[in-house]
Design a binder for this molecule. Structure first.
Ligand code: FMN
Length: 355
């Protein structure tokens, strides 16, 4: 399963969006395409799925959007369909609004048939997505020069650090996780690949914008959830918070006790507790809830803002409420701004109760 059901209030209303390309097993006739699309429309409609299918010169490009469970059902059929091969997922994420709300499946037989405005919209929506498979390949092959080259080019083109994290690095981590889940790479490959992404992430710079609390004097402890071996998320956050002027400490604890000791020693304004960005970790909700609870306890006299992150939250499979956190970040991107606001609010609330 690639897109997970969303049960909680934070993710409620979010819809899954998936774009892939593939090669037709044999060129379909106009009648073949019409039949495929007529059946697909009826089925998509029953599952609340909308989207677009483009066929040109032996290749398909399809975007599908809908509630994660409906989308999963349709996607499992499409993946197994022998009428196409070399299926390559280009993007896969949760969005708040649909692009094709009126179309169970809009069909284009040629790229230049599609209205410019629509293509422009698609490109604008996720223009970095085309690079995700290449990033995964370079990272799994530990090809540092190619990774560096690609990031240097994207930096030159003026992509913001947040966009590179949200649209490129985090989807690449999830794609690697999918490869591991499908037994296409080993635990060793996955760990090495995530390490390469972590290295690429250091090249990303975060500019301060007007919303940033400039030169914040707040402090944050960036922790992996106890026992979690994947450190990619905390590493991205460390660069980001450091660039925004925060005092940053890191923790890779093996137990709740080790984490709470460190919180107690450092007395940070905020703590972020991260699960893997690559693997779904759906069985970790209650364990993480306990970690969050103990973290708060460890600083009883001062407000501690607690955020959580990882693929579990990026795909809205769990919510902040479920684990007792103040924030479940769906991406590392922009977290410095949200956390700055939360810490400021917590301080104000404390001052009010003291005066
Ligand atoms: C390129 C391509 C795109 C497709 N798109 C859809 C689609 O959007 N919705 C759909 O229900 N079936 C789509 N299909 C057909 C499905 O793969 C499958 O044949 C159909 O859903 C029946 O599924 P089932 O055999 O699992 O019942 C597509 C097939 C191909 C080759």
């Amino acid at each position: 399963m690639l897109l997970h059901d969303d049960n909680g209030p934070t993710g409620a209303g979010m819809i899954g969006c998936l774009t892939y390309q593939s090669r037709a097993a044999s060129p379909p006739s106009d009648a073949d395409l019409d039949e495929l699309v007529t059946r697909a429309r009826a089925r998509n409609n029953r599952h609340g799925v909308t989207g677009m299918l483009l066929y040109e010169n032996g290749r398909y490009l399809q975007t599908l959007e809908g509630p994660p469970t409906g989308l999963d059902t349709i996607w499992s059929s499409i993946r197994q369909d022998e009428r196409h091969a070399e299926i390559e997922v280009l993007t896969q994420h949760l969005v708040s609004g649909r692009l094709f709300s009126d179309w169970d499946l809009l069909l284009y037989r040629k790229l230049d048939q599609a209205p410019k405005s629509l293509l422009e919209k698609l490109r604008r929506k996720n223009p970095l997505a085309q690079h995700v498979p290449a990033i995964v390949q370079y990272a799994l092959e530990a090809d540092e020069p190619k990774l560096n080259d690609l990031f240097a080019r994207l930096n030159e083109k003026g992509w913001s650090g947040d966009a590179l994290v949200r649209e490129l690095l985090e989807p690449a981590a999830r794609m690697m996780g999918d490869a591991w889940l499908a037994d296409e790479c080993s635990e060793f490959d996955l760990t090495l690949g995530l390490g390469m992404l972590q290295m690429a992430g250091h090249a990303v710079r975060y500019s301060k914008d007007a919303d940033d609390l400039r030169d914040s004097r707040y402090t944050i402890l960036l922790a992996s959830a106890p026992g979690e071996p994947h450190l990619f998320g905390p590493s991205l956050l460390a660069d980001q918070f450091t660039d925004a002027g925060w005092g940053v400490e890191m923790a890779f604890p093996t137990s709740n006790e080790a984490l709470t000791n460190q919180i107690n020693e450092q007395q940070p304004d905020a703590v972020d507790i991260a699960l893997s960005d690559a693997l779904p970790r759906q069985n970790k909700v209650s364990k993480l809830r306990e970690t969050v609870r103990q973290s708060r306890w460890s600083l009883p006299d001062q407000p501690l803002v607690v955020s959580v992150g990882g693929r579990l939250f990026a795909e809205a499979s769990a919510t902040a409420e479920q684990v007792g956190a103040d924030l479940a970040r769906q991406s590392a991107a922009g977290t410095r701004v949200t956390m700055g606001e939360l810490v400021e609010n917590a301080r104000r609330a404390q001052e009010k109760t003291q005066s």
